[in-house]
Structure formats: structure tokens, C-alpha cells
Design a protein. Structure first.
Length: 296
């Protein structure tokens, strides 16, 4: 029977558990898809679509697309059962989701792949994506710190610094999305202003030398984390002040830890390690299709 692509259903759950059981068998981490699959099915609608590849009535692949903004779509959760890889099923899923996202009005589509995921990197290129940026996570510990440089909450100053930052250039203007976990979207002035009111925007120095913005708090592996959409700075002293400000902000929230998206450059990674402590072991890559309509 030829593979068909259809909308995911709740009765696909056991098949999804099976096909994700050995996705990262060589790494000490479990796939998150079984934990979120039922929510994905429930949340399908105008701004979210979850598809599976069906072979003989059995789901052997899955992927999801989410509309983040009026122009930006995010593709995630691409998985194909190990017994069915190399048959073009991943591209079949991606093509259908690209069509759906373009019909929904998105003009650009992006996805994230762990840098160690060789199969995912190759699949992204095969599906028409191009690598556009990479980032890493910094994890300053919540603490009642007093930064050596003044740290304020000023979206206007933060926007001015962000606009001229080399970190913004490296990240192609992207930051952690406000609505969708693990997704990146364009950081706009409007969103930064909203985060300044609803969350927190941190600026370093009277003449700005750094900025960060808190996007949400979330639960991860039993811990409550404060997530910061991006952190950028000009030098190591500004980095230390920024991470101290983040640590103090997180301590006021009473969370267990933090996650700060930073650009993947030698300067940013080295200075974050020096000033902010723990950083993630490997970077993550962001891939992009600049015009979905060309492929839909």
C-alpha cells in the first residue's frame, strides 16, 4: 500500500510511541513527542497542523507546522520510523506542511535541529531548508546578585541596542518565540514593548551595552525555569552585569533555573561561560525556507 499523509489522530498514539522510541538511542535523552502528542492533536486548527504518514493503517512518520506570526511558520517534530527511513517519507510530510503553511498566509518557514543530529541536518537540506543561524543556551543560576553596572527595564533602550548588535546580525534578527516553546521568530519592537510590560526587558548600562528579555516561565523535568528570548552584550563586563541581572530577575520569580538564548559565536560563548556559568554543550541550528510559496 502506498504511503498517505493525513491529519494525526488520538488513536495514533501507540504508533507514535513506537516510532520515537529509538530516535536518539545513542544519547541519554528521551523524545518529547509522546508527551505532547495528545495536546498536538487537540490543538490542531487554523494556526497549527499535525500530520502523519500512514502505511497500511499504521502511522510511521509525524511532523507539525505552527503559524507563529502573520508571516512566519515553524516546522517541528519531524520523525520517521527507523524501518521506513530513506524512502522520502520525511520530505513527503514536509511538502504537505509547506503547502498548508503557505495557504495559511506564512511566507517564511523555519525549523531547529540539534547540531549532533546528522540525520535531521540532512533531512532539512533535502526538504529545501537552508541553515541561517545557530545558538546556544546559557543557564545562570537564580541568585540575589547586584550587577556592577546598572541594569534597567527599558524596551526603548533594549531595542536601540538590539538593532545595532552584532548578536542580532548573527541570529538573523531571531529570538525565542513568545507563544511556542523551542521556536524562534523575529524579535520586533512591538513584541519587545509587550515583554517589557508582561515579563521583563533587561538593559545594561546608561549607554546600552547589552540587553535580554524574559519571555515566560515554564516547567522542564520537574523544575520551574525562567526563559529569556535572547541575551546579547558588547564585552565581558557587560556580559557579567547582564547575567547577574538575569540571575536576580529569576531569583525574584522564585524559579529553579534559567535558559537564555545566546548567539553561537566564539566571543559570545566564551564570555557567557566566563560571566554566566553553565552553558549548553552543543549549539542548535536554525534552518529556513525564505519563500514558502516557491515550494508550495
Amino acid at each position: 500500500m502506498s504511503p498517505t499523509v493525513r491529519t494525526a489522530r488520538h488513536d495514533d498514539y501507540e504508533a507514535i510511541v513506537d516510532l520515537t522510541s529509538d530516535v536518539w538511542a545513542d544519547r541519554a535523552m528521551a523524545d518529547y513527542i509522546p508527551d505532547v502528542f495528545r495536546d498536538w492533536v487537540d490543538d490542531d486548527g487554523p494556526n497549527r497542523k499535525t500530520l502523519v504518514v500512514d502505511v497500511d493503517g499504521h502511522a510511521v512518520g509525524i511532523a507539525q507546522a505552527v503559524i507563529l506570526t502573520e508571516t512566519e511558520a515553524w516546522f517541528q517534530g519531524m520523525r520517521v520510523d527507523s524501518a521506513h527511513r530513506g524512502k522520502g517519507l520525511g520530505s513527503l510530510l514536509t511538502d504537505r506542511l509547506i503547502e498548508w503553511a503557505a495557504d495559511a498566509g506564512a511566507s517564511v518557514g523555519r525549523s531547529m535541529v540539534f547540531s549532533w543530529n546528522e540525520a535531521g541536518l540532512g533531512q532539512s537540506l533535502a526538504a529545501g531548508f537552508e541553515a541561517v543561524t545557530s545558538f546556544r543556551w546559557a543557564h545562570p543560576e537564580p541568585a540575589d546578585e547586584t550587577p556592577e553596572m546598572p541594569v534597567g527595564n527599558d524596551p526603548t533602550t533594549a531595542w536601540r541596542y538590539w538593532q545595532g548588535s552584532d548578536g542580532r546580525d548573527v541570529l538573523s534578527g531571531l529570538a525565542l518565540d513568545s507563544g511556542e516553546s523551542w521556536a524562534l521568530s523575529t524579535l520586533t519592537r512591538e513584541r519587545l514593548d509587550r515583554l517589557g510590560t508582561e515579563q521583563a526587558v533587561l538593559t545594561v548600562g546608561e549607554r546600552p551595552q547589552g540587553m535580554a528579555c524574559r519571555v515566560r516561565t515554564t516547567d522542564a523535568d520537574g523544575d520551574r525555569l525562567a526563559e529569556y528570548a535572547v541575551g546579547v552584550w558588547s564585552n565581558v563586563d557587560a556580559a557579567r552585569a547582564l547575567f547577574d541581572g538575569i540571575a536576580a530577575d529569576a531569583a525574584r520569580l522564585g524559579v529553579d533555573g534559567t535558559r537564555v538564548l545566546i548567539p553561537e559565536t566564539p566571543r559570545h560563548v566564551a564570555q557567557a561561560a566566563y560571566a554566566g556559568g553553565d552553558i549548553s554543550e552543543c549549539p542548535d541550528y536554525v534552518f529556513e525556507i525564505p519563500d514558502l510559496r516557491e515550494l508550495s
